[in-house]
Design a binder for this molecule. Structure first.
Ligand SMILES: Cc1cc2nc3c(=O)[nH]c(=O)nc-3n(C[C@H](O)[C@H](O)[C@H](O)COP(=O)(O)OP(=O)(O)OC[C@H]3O[C@@H](n4cnc5c(N)ncnc54)[C@H](O)[C@@H]3O)c2cc1C
Length: 431
């Protein structure tokens, strides 16, 4: 716990807000919106380091693949109807291993579905959330930006925050959504494990000569996977994972040279690339907090878990963190107006313990799968390559073997497990 002498708010004072959210990126703003929809009487604050007019580092030129279960969740929070027209469904998935025989095709139809999920340019999500939250009255939502937490103190019923602007704030619960490098996570004393993959993801949009038929591709290479995610129109979002040295070279290329390099690396199975858009690069790291909670504080999104984008799971996992927090806040304010007593329930031991239990297994499973895939497909051993290609070939030939991959892509199992666990918690009010 960080020590704090400057904040002179007495113990037991009524919290100014029920929940303070540090970080107003993809996870933080989605959480704010979903909480206000579930409990309109809540008082929230979002503390975001960037100014309202700056282009957000979270809502940049990235596109994300959303599993079908995540799309359903965004639908339940009334966000999807406006995003659907800007997203592209994924109806086919093609996986291959460069230089080897293994490959696998999945089509949604085989599983009785119309799509596995959808691809969305994150700036659309950012615009929608900002627009919706702008209309929320200040008494319900305090947007504090540009600002950040410089000190915090955990007390029995609240956490007190000192902001860089000189403002002070107390909250029943602080949810940290500051991304992978969160300073507040460190300030609060969360233990963290970090592993650098020595890989960098270069992203860009590619224009195509022909329509992509809503097909996503993942091609494994010895330097890292290359993914093509279909976007509306004849466009792909490219996520090219490679060595840091090659990524630096790719970032230096002119647009036509980069387009040609992408074509050469990927081949022509996904069609002819005619143009590439703005590029960005991300060094890839596996980061995990030892615990999702400390007294009166919870972590969510990349502050809790930063993953390799190989399986497109990061934000899908974050949406389940958010779904868990929203449901638990609902459970812990059931039938009570948000007054001093009910606010004290939010962020209390029972709620945070349930959040920890609800998130740990899912997080561990997704991190193990993602990390395992990175290691399996980056391994240059011929024996390992033979094994993984037999696995891909098996999936090509046998529908039963495709099921686990398809279920992972759709995310239904994890969401169902989470809902069942939260329901059980609400049946047994406290642990
Ligand atoms: C190349 C790439 C491809 C990806 N593809 C997919 C995909 O296909 N599917 C998928 O599900 N996920 C994908 N992801 C993961 C996804 O982008 C992350 O899960 C998501 O960005 C996490 O959101 P976040 O809000 O937790 O963190 P961020 O997006 O990092 O946002 C953090 C926010 O906190 C703010 N902040 C930081 N520090 C402070 C501070 N001290 N005080 C106040 N505010 C602060 C930042 O300004 C920012 O607004 C991908 C990631 C990468 C890099």
């Amino acid at each position: 716990m960080a020590s704090l002498t400057e904040i002179a708010v007495s113990e037991g004072a009524v919290p100014e807000v029920d929940i303070a959210i540090a970080g107003g990126g993809m996870a933080g703003l989605t959480l704010a919106w979903a909480l206000l929809r579930a409990r309109p009487t809540l008082r929230l604050a979002v503390i975001e380091q960037q100014g309202a007019v700056e282009r957000s580092v979270s809502f940049d030129s990235r596109s994300i693949a959303l599993a079908a279960a995540s799309v359903q969740q965004l639908q339940a929070w009334q966000l999807w109807p406006e995003l659907a027209a800007k997203a592209c469904p994924i109806r086919h998935i093609h996986v291959s291993d460069r230089g080897h025989f293994g490959k696998c095709y999945l089509t949604a139809e085989q599983f009785g579905l119309t799509e596995f999920g959808a691809v969305l340019e994150v700036e659309h999500l950012g615009q929608l959330l900002q627009q919706r939250l702008q209309n929320v009255p200040q008494e319900q939502l305090l947007m504090l930006q540009p600002d950040h937490i410089v000190a915090l103190q955990q007390q029995q019923d609240q956490v007190q925050l000192q902001l860089a602007s000189g403002k002070q704030l107390s909250a029943s619960l602080l949810v940290v959504c500051e991304g992978g490098l969160s300073p507040t996570r460190q300030l609060a004393g969360f233990a963290l494990s970090t592993e650098h993959y020595q890989q960098t993801a270069v992203i860009a949009n590619l224009a195509l000569a022909e329509p992509h038929q809503e097909r996503a591709y993942e091609r494994f290479t010895a330097d890292g996977p290359i993914a093509l995610l279909p976007l509306p129109g004849k466009r792909y979002s490219l996520v090219w994972t490679t060595s840091p040295e090659q990524a630096a070279r790719l970032m230096q290329l002119g647009d036509s040279e980069f387009t040609a390099a992408a074509q050469q690396a990927f081949g022509y199975r996904a069609g002819v690339f005619v143009k590439s858009g703005a590029r960005a690069s991300y060094p890839l790291t596996l980061r995990r907090s030892a615990s999702p909670v400390l007294h009166r504080i919870a972590l969510a999104g990349n502050s809790l878990h930063s993953l390799h984008p190989i399986a497109g799971q990061g934000f899908n996992l974050a949406l389940r963190d958010i779904a868990a927090l929203v449901q638990l806040v609902e459970n812990h304010t059931q039938n009570q107006p948000t007054d001093k007593n009910s606010a004290a329930e939010i962020g209390g031991y029972a709620m945070l313990r349930q959040y920890q239990l609800a998130r740990e297994a899912d997080m561990q499973q997704v991190m193990t799968l993602t990390d395992g895939l990175v290691r399996l497909f980056s391994n240059r051993s011929r024996l390992v390559a033979l094994g993984r290609n037999l696995g891909l070939l098996g999936m090509l030939l046998c529908d039963d073997l495709k099921q686990p991959l398809a279920h992972q892509a759709m995310g239904y199992n994890a969401m169902q497990r989470l809902q069942a666990q939260l329901k059980e918690f609400s049946n047994h009010a406290a642990l």
